[in-house]
Design a protein around this ligand. Structure first.
Ligand code: FES
Length: 136
């Protein structure tokens, strides 16, 4: 291709070619993100939630499920203070057995030593229509 031929490329063709060339880095970026997400999901443990979730707080190690009417939330049972497994309820409070941190049913700290709230886990539906969470 001579330089004079290059000048003959129409603006429309130039923009079309440029658009295709711009797709390459976006495609690479998208593929890179999806691959990392898939690898992350492989290393995380999938936890199947029960089909019938009772109202109130249910401790099902390694997660804590809270159902209020139709709203369901799920928290990691790992205490955000030093990582003990929380397996104790007192009235409507979630209590860590190690150092006594207390959390409300929405995962908020009521009493320390923990200064962080419980880690809320995203609830998703799997292919079979069951609710699952991924342990972090
Ligand atoms: S590990 Fe839970 S309060 Fe310290």
């Amino acid at each position: 291709m001579k330089m004079s031929d290059f000048n003959k490329i129409s603006r429309k063709r130039f923009i079309k070619t440029l658009s295709w060339l711009l797709l390459i880095p976006f495609g690479w970026l998208f593929n890179s993100i999806m691959t990392k997400e898939a690898e992350r999901n492989k290393t995380r443990r999938q936890i199947l939630l029960p089909e019938e979730i009772p109202n109130g707080i249910t401790i099902m190690e390694p997660v804590i499920i809270v159902k209020k009417e139709s709203e369901v939330k799920c928290f990691s049972a790992r205490c955000p203070h030093l990582g003990c497994l929380i397996n104790h309820l007192e009235k409507e409070e979630i209590v860590c057995p190690c150092h006594g941190s207390r959390f409300s049913s929405d995962g908020k700290v009521i009493n320390g030593p923990s200064v962080k709230h419980l880690n809320e886990l995203e609830i998703i539906k799997n292919k079979a229509g069951r609710l699952v969470v991924y342990d972090v």
